[in-house]
Design a protein around this ligand. Structure first.
Ligand SMILES: NC(=O)c1ccc[n+]([C@@H]2O[C@H](COP(=O)([O-])OP(=O)(O)OC[C@H]3O[C@@H](n4cnc5c(N)ncnc54)[C@H](O)[C@@H]3O)[C@@H](O)[C@H]2O)c1
Ligand SMILES: O=c1ccn([C@@H]2O[C@H](COP(=O)(O)OP(=O)(O)O[C@H]3O[C@H](CO)[C@@H](O)[C@H](O)[C@H]3O)[C@@H](O)[C@H]2O)c(=O)[nH]1
Length: 440
């Protein structure tokens, strides 16, 4: 099948490459000429494990190509995926300008039947807006061309995106006509060989399903974070509590890890957008308001622990920081807890040396030539001369460091661990003052 993907970010590039990998002809469009240049030169503009191989394989096979030409893109695919960003507006609602610009471009240049598939995360009712934008553009050029609008939200996780796309738990397709659903079934056939994973529903329910999933997962995390803070005060251990409740199949094991708050390009923005949608429809979503407030507070927790240990004024103190990305296996720092922690440490007079295996370039882009932030090329180099070590992202390479070397290198052997990577009893034995999240 011929497929156009509009937007070559995390979602667009992964979707385009994976769809090409099962034999489709895919053209990826982006308005950012720099991204297209990198792709045309054989690279990829993001860090995503396994993606470069899939992209190269399919470019070489002639099934995957890239363009900045909107007309060519609109005329290429029968199926047109919209996978552009939907960042939060000032009021927290999803900013639809990129989605609607993409829809207008399709309407302006399409020359035959098109299935316009919204893969971006968009508020309920966006399908109607996309339809109206395309209809308006077709009207301007007095063209009577049929098209369908489909909602097909994406559930991939950064760091595991290729695998998530190739082996989805479910494929949500919201559509109001059979022709579009049939084409989507054909397109997704290769991704559901063992059993039917495609759930067809109406457009609005599909749009809401995406927000419901992310809001539920964010709720679990904030719930565990609040319980962790309580456990710490009561002298209980949240890790044992997690094991105790996760073994109940009605609760399950996933997304029960307490930490220094959830970040990333999705949970913070999608919870906000759903709260906003609720408000606009006369429903104050009390629970989700609290989920967001609890997460904002949790991002400050490590700073509060540092202040409790070293005092409010941190001038003259220097911290080693491991992990800048919002989670391991990505270079993405959107809404990452590290950003809050670093700025709060600066605010109180401290300086920081950070190490992250892949996100340091992104940090340099965000913090510019900030003199209070230095970068280390190895984890141990970040610890040198530091008053304490702060761990923000649970990269695998931090799991088993040389604790003796850490003790000898730090000015005082203190670790603030925002991801509960180590056993407090082992830390005590080694002589490290260990501050985890909700640990005994
Ligand atoms: N990142 C994730 O893990 C993830 C997972 C599921 C869903 N989503 C949702 O998918 C959408 C895209 O997210 P992302 O992380 O891939 O975003 P991103 O910012 O990485 O990429 C978006 C791309 O769209 C391009 N773009 C913007 N306007 C365009 C236009 N009119 N025509 C062509 N290209 C255009 C941008 O230049 C950019 O390269 C968002 O709605 C997001 O909420 C993201
Ligand atoms: O038990 C947990 C699990 C996750 N997190 C944090 O939650 C955030 C989000 O993690 P994760 O969900 O793994 O990453 P994302 O790539 O943001 O993926 C989420 O957001 C995507 C965009 O909408 C969805 O497609 C995915 O299904 C959804 O998991 C990160 O900061 C994690 O550190 C925790 O604190 N505790």
């Amino acid at each position: 099948m011929k497929v156009t993907v509009v937007g070559t970010g995390y979602v667009g590039l992964v979707s385009g490459a994976c769809l090409a990998d099962v034999g489709n002809d895919v053209l990826c469009l982006d308005v950012d000429p720099n991204k297209i240049r990198i792709l045309e030169e054989g690279g990829i503009p993001i860090h995503e494990p396994g993606l470069l191989d899939v992209v190269r394989r399919n470019v070489e096979a002639g099934r995957l190509s890239f363009t900045t030409d909107v007309e060519k893109a609109a005329r290429f695919g029968t199926i047109q995926f919209i996978a552009v960003g939907t960042p939060p507006d000032e009021d927290g609602s999803a900013d639809l300008q990129y989605v609607l610009a993409a829809a207008r471009n399709i309407g302006r240049y399409m020359d035959d039947y098109r299935v316009v598939v919204d893969k971006s995360t968009v508020p309920v009712g966006t399908g109607d807006k996309v339809r109206a934008a395309i209809t308006e553009e077709l009207g301007k050029r007095k063209a009577a061309i049929e098209f369908s609008v489909v909602s097909n939200p994406e559930f991939l996780k950064e760091g595991a995106a290729v695998d998530d796309f190739m082996r989805p738990d479910r494929i949500i397709v919201g559509a109001d006509d059979e022709r579009a659903i049939d084409l989507m079934r054909q397109l997704y056939g290769p991704f559901q060989r063992n059993h039917e994973k495609l759930l067809a529903m109406d457009v609005k329910s599909a749009e809401l399903t995406k927000y419901a999933a992310n809001a539920m997962l964010a709720t679990r995390i904030s719930f565990m974070n609040e319980l962790a803070n309580l456990a710490e005060t009561l002298g209980a251990d949240i890790e044992l509590v997690r094991q105790g409740i996760g073994s109940d199949p009605r609760i399950g094991w996933h997304f029960l890890y307490a930490g220094c708050g959830y970040g990333g390009s999705c949970f913070p923005k999608d919870v906000k957008a759903l709260v906003r949608t609720g408000r606009e429809s006369g429903h104050d979503l009390l629970l989700l308001n609290a989920v967001e407030a609890a997460n904002d507070a949790q991002k400050m927790l490590l700073v509060r622990k540092i202040v409790a240990r070293f005092g409010e004024d941190l001038s003259g103190l220097h911290f080693g920081l491991w992990g800048l990305a919002f989670k391991p296996n990505t270079d993405d720092m959107r809404d990452a807890p590290s950003r809050v922690i670093i700025r709060e440490l600066f605010e109180r007079g401290a300086t920081v040396t950070a190490y992250d295996p892949v996100a340091m370039d992104e940090a340099k882009r965000i913090f510019g030539d900030e003199p209070r932030l230095r970068y280390a090329q190895r984890p141990m180099a970040a610890v040198e001369g530091a008053d304490a070590l702060v761990i923000v992202t649970e990269w695998k390479e931090f799991r088993s460091p040389d604790f003796d070397a850490i003790c000898q290198t730090l000015k005082s052997a203190v670790i603030f661990d925002g991801r509960n990577m180590y056993d407090p009893a082992v830390m005590r034995r080694i002589g490290i003052e260990y501050h985890g999240i909700g640990r005994r």
